[in-house]
Design a binder for this molecule. Sequence first.
Ligand SMILES: [Zn+2]
Length: 184
Amino acid sequence: MLGRTHLAIGLAATATAVTNIHALPVSLAVAGVASLIPDLDERHSLIRRKIDTAGIPTGLILLLATDAGMYMYVYIRLLSALLFAGFFVFAYLSPHRSFTHSFLGLLVFLSAIYTSFPQYIVPASIGYAAHLLADVCTNSGIELLWPWRKRFGLHLGQTGGVLDVLAGSAAVVLLVLEIVKKMI
Ligand SMILES: [Zn+2]
């Protein structure tokens, strides 16, 4: 699915799951980023277009430098830094919808988060898992059990097609309703 659809679904799912209104803004921010992370393996994805320069994979250098910097200044633990580094390198090198769209990728990313930011594990899990669930619905499917290269998909529609429009629109409506409901 498209990046904006993943973002809308991840935010809507998080707004539904998080009951504490005070925790909602940070939770939405974490889930929003996590919902885009799996598509680090696609050079034309929303997240890669934000961090790469002119189609050159400079985003990987940026991510690894940020990772190293956060470790140096003790914002994250060594295990987190290593897991993030491994995840980012694999994400950039592996084919689209393989490692980052698998249970193994999910486990590595969430372990990196949990080791240093256990308070963000719920929104990070929701954002990332919602991405995988949404992509499973598409015709091309995902390699859920990577390194086994079999693709799993429900063939409900094509990326960028009607499925994206319907899922994205429904998610935006749900997101707005959930936020309004929590504010009143
Ligand atoms: Zn994806």
